[in-house]
Design a binder for this molecule. Sequence first.
Ligand code: BGC
Length: 393
Amino acid sequence: MKVNLLLFLAVGALGFSACTNNSKQTSTSNTDSDSVSVSKQIMIPDSNNFKATVDGKQTGLFVLKNKNNFQVAITNYGGRIVSILVPDKSGNLTDVALGYENVAGYQQTGEPYFGALIGRYGNRIGKAQFTLEGKTYKVPANDNGQSLHGGPKGFHAQVWDAKQVNDFTLELSRISVDGEEGYPGNLTVKVTYALTDDNAIKMDYHATTDKTTVVNLTNHAYFNLNGQGNGDINDHVLTINASRFTPVDAGLIPTGVLQDVAGTPFDFTKPTAIGERVDADNEQLKLGKGYDHNFVLTNSSTDLKQAAKITGPKTGITLEVLTTEPGVQFYGGNFLDGKLKDGKGGAVYAHRSGFCLETQHFPDSPNQPSFPSTTLKPGQTYKTTTLYKFSVE
Ligand code: BGC
Protein backbone atom coordinates (compact mmCIF):
# COMPACT_ATOMS: atom_id res chain seq x y z
CA MET A 1 0.00 0.00 0.00
CA LYS A 2 1.24 3.43 -0.74
CA VAL A 3 1.22 6.14 1.85
CA ASN A 4 0.44 9.32 0.06
CA LEU A 5 -0.40 12.26 2.26
CA LEU A 6 0.39 15.44 0.41
CA LEU A 7 1.04 15.36 -3.24
CA PHE A 8 3.83 17.70 -4.09
CA LEU A 9 3.54 18.06 -7.78
CA ALA A 10 6.09 19.84 -9.86
CA VAL A 11 5.54 21.10 -13.36
CA GLY A 12 5.21 17.84 -15.24
CA ALA A 13 4.26 16.26 -18.49
CA LEU A 14 0.95 18.07 -18.45
CA GLY A 15 2.51 21.39 -17.60
CA PHE A 16 0.67 21.96 -14.38
CA SER A 17 2.09 22.87 -11.02
CA ALA A 18 0.96 22.19 -7.56
CA CYS A 19 2.00 22.01 -3.95
CA THR A 20 2.03 22.89 -0.39
CA ASN A 21 0.02 23.62 2.65
CA ASN A 22 -3.55 24.63 2.33
CA SER A 23 -5.44 21.48 3.13
CA LYS A 24 -8.67 22.69 1.64
CA GLN A 25 -9.05 22.07 -2.05
CA THR A 26 -9.73 25.29 -3.85
CA SER A 27 -10.18 24.97 -7.54
CA THR A 28 -8.57 27.89 -9.32
CA SER A 29 -10.66 29.50 -11.98
CA ASN A 30 -9.24 31.30 -14.96
CA THR A 31 -11.05 34.45 -13.84
CA ASP A 32 -8.52 34.72 -11.02
CA SER A 33 -5.67 36.58 -12.67
CA ASP A 34 -3.20 35.52 -9.97
CA SER A 35 -3.93 31.91 -10.49
CA VAL A 36 -2.63 31.09 -13.92
CA SER A 37 0.52 29.30 -12.83
CA VAL A 38 0.26 29.49 -9.05
CA SER A 39 1.37 26.64 -6.91
CA LYS A 40 -1.57 24.85 -5.38
CA GLN A 41 -1.73 21.90 -3.13
CA ILE A 42 -4.25 19.19 -3.70
CA MET A 43 -4.59 16.63 -1.01
CA ILE A 44 -5.53 13.00 -1.10
CA PRO A 45 -6.91 12.14 2.36
CA ASP A 46 -4.37 10.87 4.90
CA SER A 47 -4.05 7.14 4.29
CA ASN A 48 -3.73 6.64 8.07
CA ASN A 49 -7.39 7.66 8.33
CA PHE A 50 -8.25 4.67 6.16
CA LYS A 51 -6.49 2.12 8.37
CA ALA A 52 -9.27 0.42 10.25
CA THR A 53 -10.62 -3.02 11.04
CA VAL A 54 -14.12 -3.66 9.74
CA ASP A 55 -15.72 -7.09 10.22
CA GLY A 56 -12.28 -8.36 11.25
CA LYS A 57 -10.65 -7.21 8.01
CA GLN A 58 -8.07 -4.49 7.38
CA THR A 59 -8.97 -1.45 5.33
CA GLY A 60 -6.55 0.92 3.64
CA LEU A 61 -6.12 3.54 0.93
CA PHE A 62 -4.47 2.73 -2.39
CA VAL A 63 -3.17 5.48 -4.66
CA LEU A 64 -2.94 4.84 -8.38
CA LYS A 65 -1.04 7.14 -10.71
CA ASN A 66 -0.28 7.14 -14.42
CA LYS A 67 2.60 8.77 -16.31
CA ASN A 68 0.62 12.03 -16.65
CA ASN A 69 0.26 12.32 -12.86
CA PHE A 70 -3.43 11.51 -13.12
CA GLN A 71 -4.14 10.16 -9.62
CA VAL A 72 -6.94 8.15 -8.16
CA ALA A 73 -7.25 7.03 -4.52
CA ILE A 74 -9.35 3.97 -3.74
CA THR A 75 -10.17 2.28 -0.45
CA ASN A 76 -10.91 -1.43 -0.19
CA TYR A 77 -13.77 -0.53 2.17
CA GLY A 78 -16.58 -0.89 -0.36
CA GLY A 79 -14.07 -0.63 -3.23
CA ARG A 80 -14.70 3.10 -3.15
CA ILE A 81 -13.09 5.74 -5.30
CA VAL A 82 -12.10 8.38 -2.74
CA SER A 83 -10.37 11.02 -4.90
CA ILE A 84 -9.77 11.69 -8.59
CA LEU A 85 -7.15 14.34 -9.34
CA VAL A 86 -7.18 15.73 -12.87
CA PRO A 87 -5.82 18.93 -14.39
CA ASP A 88 -8.33 21.63 -15.33
CA LYS A 89 -8.16 23.92 -18.38
CA SER A 90 -5.45 26.03 -16.68
CA GLY A 91 -3.45 22.95 -15.75
CA ASN A 92 -4.38 23.13 -12.06
CA LEU A 93 -5.09 19.81 -10.40
CA THR A 94 -8.71 19.47 -9.35
CA ASP A 95 -10.34 16.75 -7.28
CA VAL A 96 -13.58 15.86 -9.09
CA ALA A 97 -14.85 13.05 -6.82
CA LEU A 98 -17.02 13.60 -3.74
CA GLY A 99 -15.77 11.65 -0.73
CA TYR A 100 -14.81 11.54 2.91
CA GLU A 101 -11.63 12.03 4.91
CA ASN A 102 -11.78 8.63 6.62
CA VAL A 103 -13.45 5.21 6.73
CA ALA A 104 -15.88 6.42 9.42
CA GLY A 105 -17.20 8.99 6.94
CA TYR A 106 -18.22 6.17 4.62
CA GLN A 107 -19.95 4.33 7.47
CA GLN A 108 -22.31 7.14 8.47
CA THR A 109 -26.01 6.34 8.52
CA GLY A 110 -27.57 7.51 5.28
CA GLU A 111 -24.22 7.63 3.49
CA PRO A 112 -25.23 7.69 -0.20
CA TYR A 113 -22.74 5.16 -1.64
CA PHE A 114 -20.01 7.71 -2.47
CA GLY A 115 -17.55 6.13 -4.94
CA ALA A 116 -18.67 2.60 -4.09
CA LEU A 117 -18.71 -0.68 -5.93
CA ILE A 118 -22.36 -1.70 -5.92
CA GLY A 119 -23.61 -5.28 -5.83
CA ARG A 120 -24.92 -7.88 -5.92
CA TYR A 121 -27.65 -5.93 -7.69
CA GLY A 122 -27.11 -2.26 -8.56
CA ASN A 123 -30.20 -0.04 -8.42
CA ARG A 124 -33.65 -1.31 -7.38
CA ILE A 125 -35.51 -4.59 -7.24
CA GLY A 126 -39.27 -4.05 -6.93
CA LYS A 127 -40.97 -5.22 -3.74
CA ALA A 128 -37.54 -6.56 -2.69
CA GLN A 129 -38.08 -9.96 -4.22
CA PHE A 130 -37.65 -11.95 -7.39
CA THR A 131 -38.22 -15.50 -8.62
CA LEU A 132 -35.55 -17.65 -10.25
CA GLU A 133 -36.08 -21.19 -11.50
CA GLY A 134 -39.38 -21.35 -9.57
CA LYS A 135 -37.97 -20.19 -6.25
CA THR A 136 -38.73 -16.77 -4.73
CA TYR A 137 -35.88 -14.89 -3.07
CA LYS A 138 -36.41 -12.02 -0.64
CA VAL A 139 -33.73 -9.35 -0.49
CA PRO A 140 -33.51 -6.40 1.94
CA ALA A 141 -36.31 -3.84 1.58
CA ASN A 142 -34.07 -0.86 2.38
CA ASP A 143 -35.79 1.72 0.14
CA ASN A 144 -39.51 2.30 0.68
CA GLY A 145 -40.35 -1.38 0.31
CA GLN A 146 -37.94 -1.88 -2.61
CA SER A 147 -34.40 -3.20 -2.49
CA LEU A 148 -31.66 -0.70 -3.36
CA HIS A 149 -28.02 -1.34 -4.27
CA GLY A 150 -27.76 -4.87 -2.87
CA GLY A 151 -29.04 -4.05 0.62
CA PRO A 152 -27.46 -2.36 3.66
CA LYS A 153 -24.55 -4.84 3.71
CA GLY A 154 -24.14 -4.86 -0.06
CA PHE A 155 -20.74 -4.74 -1.74
CA HIS A 156 -20.37 -1.03 -0.86
CA ALA A 157 -20.14 -1.93 2.86
CA GLN A 158 -17.81 -4.91 2.57
CA VAL A 159 -14.04 -5.03 2.89
CA TRP A 160 -12.54 -6.33 -0.34
CA ASP A 161 -9.25 -8.20 -0.68
CA ALA A 162 -6.89 -5.79 -2.39
CA LYS A 163 -3.82 -6.32 -4.52
CA GLN A 164 -1.99 -3.35 -5.98
CA VAL A 165 -0.46 -4.88 -9.08
CA ASN A 166 1.59 -1.86 -10.15
CA ASP A 167 1.47 1.97 -9.92
CA PHE A 168 -1.69 2.14 -11.98
CA THR A 169 -3.63 -1.08 -11.28
CA LEU A 170 -5.58 -2.30 -8.26
CA GLU A 171 -7.39 -5.63 -8.11
CA LEU A 172 -10.23 -6.04 -5.64
CA SER A 173 -11.88 -9.36 -5.02
CA ARG A 174 -14.29 -11.06 -2.66
CA ILE A 175 -16.61 -14.01 -2.38
CA SER A 176 -20.18 -13.01 -1.73
CA VAL A 177 -21.43 -16.13 0.02
CA ASP A 178 -24.62 -18.01 -0.76
CA GLY A 179 -27.46 -16.17 1.00
CA GLU A 180 -25.56 -12.90 1.56
CA GLU A 181 -28.25 -10.19 1.63
CA GLY A 182 -30.69 -12.88 0.41
CA TYR A 183 -29.01 -13.64 -2.94
CA PRO A 184 -28.47 -17.25 -4.01
CA GLY A 185 -25.10 -18.79 -4.87
CA ASN A 186 -21.51 -18.17 -3.87
CA LEU A 187 -20.47 -15.36 -6.18
CA THR A 188 -16.74 -14.95 -6.81
CA VAL A 189 -16.16 -11.35 -7.83
CA LYS A 190 -13.14 -9.48 -9.10
CA VAL A 191 -13.07 -5.80 -10.02
CA THR A 192 -9.93 -4.30 -11.54
CA TYR A 193 -9.36 -0.56 -11.47
CA ALA A 194 -6.62 0.49 -13.92
CA LEU A 195 -5.54 3.96 -15.04
CA THR A 196 -4.89 4.22 -18.76
CA ASP A 197 -2.29 6.47 -20.39
CA ASP A 198 -5.09 8.71 -21.70
CA ASN A 199 -6.45 9.52 -18.22
CA ALA A 200 -9.24 7.01 -17.91
CA ILE A 201 -10.17 4.84 -14.96
CA LYS A 202 -10.89 1.47 -16.52
CA MET A 203 -13.10 -0.80 -14.45
CA ASP A 204 -13.29 -4.48 -15.39
CA TYR A 205 -15.93 -6.49 -13.55
CA HIS A 206 -15.79 -10.28 -13.44
CA ALA A 207 -17.99 -12.77 -11.58
CA THR A 208 -18.89 -16.46 -11.51
CA THR A 209 -21.44 -18.34 -9.43
CA ASP A 210 -22.14 -21.88 -8.21
CA LYS A 211 -25.96 -21.45 -8.26
CA THR A 212 -28.23 -19.49 -10.58
CA THR A 213 -28.36 -15.90 -9.34
CA VAL A 214 -28.76 -12.29 -10.52
CA VAL A 215 -25.85 -9.85 -10.90
CA ASN A 216 -25.71 -6.15 -11.78
CA LEU A 217 -22.47 -4.47 -10.75
CA THR A 218 -21.60 -0.80 -11.05
CA ASN A 219 -19.61 2.03 -9.55
CA HIS A 220 -21.41 4.81 -7.73
CA ALA A 221 -18.87 7.68 -7.94
CA TYR A 222 -20.34 11.15 -7.46
CA PHE A 223 -18.60 13.77 -9.58
CA ASN A 224 -18.45 17.52 -9.59
CA LEU A 225 -16.30 18.54 -12.54
CA ASN A 226 -16.00 22.08 -11.22
CA GLY A 227 -14.16 20.51 -8.28
CA GLN A 228 -15.72 18.57 -5.44
CA GLY A 229 -17.23 20.85 -2.80
CA ASN A 230 -17.58 23.70 -5.33
CA GLY A 231 -21.32 24.26 -5.60
CA ASP A 232 -23.96 22.38 -7.52
CA ILE A 233 -23.75 20.55 -10.84
CA ASN A 234 -26.65 22.29 -12.59
CA ASP A 235 -24.29 24.17 -14.92
CA HIS A 236 -22.69 20.95 -16.17
CA VAL A 237 -23.36 20.29 -19.84
CA LEU A 238 -24.43 16.69 -20.44
CA THR A 239 -24.89 14.42 -23.43
CA ILE A 240 -26.38 10.94 -23.02
CA ASN A 241 -26.38 8.69 -26.07
CA ALA A 242 -29.87 7.39 -25.40
CA SER A 243 -33.05 7.93 -27.39
CA ARG A 244 -35.18 6.18 -24.72
CA PHE A 245 -35.35 5.92 -20.94
CA THR A 246 -37.23 3.73 -18.47
CA PRO A 247 -39.94 5.78 -16.73
CA VAL A 248 -40.66 4.79 -13.13
CA ASP A 249 -43.52 4.50 -10.66
CA ALA A 250 -43.66 6.14 -7.23
CA GLY A 251 -41.24 3.51 -5.84
CA LEU A 252 -38.77 4.43 -8.62
CA ILE A 253 -39.31 1.00 -10.18
CA PRO A 254 -39.48 0.97 -14.01
CA THR A 255 -42.99 0.61 -15.38
CA GLY A 256 -41.59 -1.64 -18.13
CA VAL A 257 -42.14 0.95 -20.86
CA LEU A 258 -39.20 2.23 -22.91
CA GLN A 259 -40.18 5.84 -23.54
CA ASP A 260 -38.75 8.12 -26.22
CA VAL A 261 -36.80 11.04 -24.78
CA ALA A 262 -37.67 13.28 -27.75
CA GLY A 263 -39.68 16.30 -26.67
CA THR A 264 -39.09 15.62 -22.95
CA PRO A 265 -36.59 16.97 -20.38
CA PHE A 266 -34.89 13.58 -20.71
CA ASP A 267 -33.56 14.39 -24.15
CA PHE A 268 -29.80 14.75 -23.66
CA THR A 269 -28.97 13.55 -27.16
CA LYS A 270 -27.49 17.04 -27.72
CA PRO A 271 -25.29 18.77 -25.10
CA THR A 272 -27.63 20.43 -22.54
CA ALA A 273 -27.07 21.98 -19.13
CA ILE A 274 -28.54 19.78 -16.40
CA GLY A 275 -30.19 22.74 -14.67
CA GLU A 276 -31.98 23.91 -17.79
CA ARG A 277 -34.92 21.53 -17.32
CA VAL A 278 -34.35 19.75 -13.99
CA ASP A 279 -37.24 21.58 -12.33
CA ALA A 280 -39.58 21.44 -15.33
CA ASP A 281 -43.21 20.51 -14.79
CA ASN A 282 -42.81 16.83 -15.61
CA GLU A 283 -44.24 13.86 -13.74
CA GLN A 284 -41.09 11.75 -14.05
CA LEU A 285 -38.91 14.57 -12.71
CA LYS A 286 -41.32 14.96 -9.79
CA LEU A 287 -41.13 11.24 -8.98
CA GLY A 288 -37.31 11.31 -9.05
CA LYS A 289 -37.10 14.73 -7.31
CA GLY A 290 -35.04 15.57 -10.40
CA TYR A 291 -33.06 13.25 -12.65
CA ASP A 292 -32.81 9.73 -11.22
CA HIS A 293 -33.52 7.52 -14.22
CA ASN A 294 -32.12 4.72 -16.31
CA PHE A 295 -31.31 5.66 -19.90
CA VAL A 296 -31.44 2.98 -22.61
CA LEU A 297 -28.29 3.37 -24.66
CA THR A 298 -29.05 3.73 -28.35
CA ASN A 299 -26.15 1.45 -29.23
CA SER A 300 -27.33 -1.73 -27.55
CA SER A 301 -24.25 -3.81 -28.40
CA THR A 302 -21.98 -5.23 -25.74
CA ASP A 303 -19.06 -3.44 -27.40
CA LEU A 304 -17.42 -0.64 -25.51
CA LYS A 305 -19.24 2.52 -26.62
CA GLN A 306 -19.71 6.05 -25.34
CA ALA A 307 -22.70 6.28 -23.00
CA ALA A 308 -22.37 9.88 -21.89
CA LYS A 309 -20.17 12.97 -21.94
CA ILE A 310 -20.29 15.83 -19.46
CA THR A 311 -18.31 19.04 -18.91
CA GLY A 312 -17.93 21.29 -15.89
CA PRO A 313 -17.86 24.77 -17.46
CA LYS A 314 -15.82 26.40 -14.69
CA THR A 315 -12.86 24.03 -15.14
CA GLY A 316 -13.46 22.67 -18.65
CA ILE A 317 -12.96 19.19 -17.18
CA THR A 318 -14.83 16.67 -19.27
CA LEU A 319 -15.83 13.15 -18.32
CA GLU A 320 -16.68 10.56 -20.93
CA VAL A 321 -18.33 7.36 -19.76
CA LEU A 322 -17.76 4.33 -21.98
CA THR A 323 -19.31 0.97 -21.26
CA THR A 324 -20.24 -2.49 -22.46
CA GLU A 325 -23.53 -2.21 -20.50
CA PRO A 326 -26.96 -1.46 -22.07
CA GLY A 327 -27.98 1.30 -19.65
CA VAL A 328 -26.82 4.20 -17.53
CA GLN A 329 -28.51 5.66 -14.45
CA PHE A 330 -28.20 9.43 -14.47
CA TYR A 331 -28.67 10.53 -10.88
CA GLY A 332 -28.39 14.27 -10.19
CA GLY A 333 -27.69 14.12 -6.45
CA ASN A 334 -31.27 15.05 -5.55
CA PHE A 335 -31.12 13.40 -2.14
CA LEU A 336 -27.86 15.00 -1.01
CA ASP A 337 -28.72 17.33 1.85
CA GLY A 338 -25.45 18.60 3.34
CA LYS A 339 -25.96 16.73 6.60
CA LEU A 340 -23.17 14.16 6.54
CA LYS A 341 -19.82 14.90 8.18
CA ASP A 342 -16.16 14.60 7.18
CA GLY A 343 -16.49 15.72 3.55
CA LYS A 344 -13.00 16.02 2.05
CA GLY A 345 -11.28 19.30 2.83
CA GLY A 346 -14.32 20.38 4.87
CA ALA A 347 -16.65 20.10 1.88
CA VAL A 348 -20.39 20.06 2.55
CA TYR A 349 -22.32 17.96 0.04
CA ALA A 350 -25.56 19.83 -0.45
CA HIS A 351 -28.51 19.23 -2.80
CA ARG A 352 -27.28 18.40 -6.31
CA SER A 353 -23.62 19.03 -5.47
CA GLY A 354 -22.62 15.87 -7.35
CA PHE A 355 -23.92 13.60 -10.11
CA CYS A 356 -23.59 9.90 -10.90
CA LEU A 357 -23.54 8.07 -14.20
CA GLU A 358 -23.96 4.45 -13.14
CA THR A 359 -23.54 2.02 -16.01
CA GLN A 360 -25.81 -0.96 -15.55
CA HIS A 361 -28.46 -3.39 -16.71
CA PHE A 362 -31.87 -1.85 -16.20
CA PRO A 363 -33.36 -1.56 -12.70
CA ASP A 364 -35.68 -4.38 -11.60
CA SER A 365 -34.61 -6.64 -14.50
CA PRO A 366 -35.14 -9.81 -12.41
CA ASN A 367 -38.88 -8.95 -12.45
CA GLN A 368 -39.05 -7.56 -15.99
CA PRO A 369 -38.79 -10.33 -18.59
CA SER A 370 -38.69 -7.82 -21.46
CA PHE A 371 -35.46 -6.22 -20.15
CA PRO A 372 -32.00 -7.64 -20.96
CA SER A 373 -31.37 -10.48 -18.50
CA THR A 374 -29.27 -10.17 -15.34
CA THR A 375 -29.36 -13.90 -14.59
CA LEU A 376 -26.00 -15.63 -14.15
CA LYS A 377 -25.78 -19.42 -14.14
CA PRO A 378 -23.00 -21.77 -13.05
CA GLY A 379 -20.51 -22.15 -15.89
CA GLN A 380 -21.24 -18.64 -17.23
CA THR A 381 -18.99 -15.62 -16.67
CA TYR A 382 -20.25 -12.14 -15.89
CA LYS A 383 -17.89 -9.71 -17.60
CA THR A 384 -18.43 -5.98 -18.13
CA THR A 385 -16.18 -2.98 -18.62
CA THR A 386 -16.73 0.70 -17.93
CA LEU A 387 -14.33 3.62 -18.34
CA TYR A 388 -14.43 7.08 -16.79
CA LYS A 389 -12.21 9.09 -19.15
CA PHE A 390 -11.11 12.64 -18.34
CA SER A 391 -9.98 15.43 -20.63
CA VAL A 392 -10.31 19.19 -20.90
CA GLU A 393 -12.48 21.20 -23.29
C1 BGC B 1 -30.38 5.88 -7.11
C2 BGC B 1 -31.02 6.95 -6.26
C3 BGC B 1 -30.47 6.80 -4.87
C4 BGC B 1 -29.00 6.91 -4.91
C5 BGC B 1 -28.42 6.60 -3.57
C6 BGC B 1 -28.91 6.09 -7.11
O1 BGC B 1 -28.31 5.10 -7.86
O2 BGC B 1 -30.88 5.88 -8.41
O3 BGC B 1 -32.40 6.83 -6.26
O4 BGC B 1 -31.02 7.76 -4.01
O5 BGC B 1 -28.44 5.98 -5.80
O6 BGC B 1 -27.74 7.61 -3.05
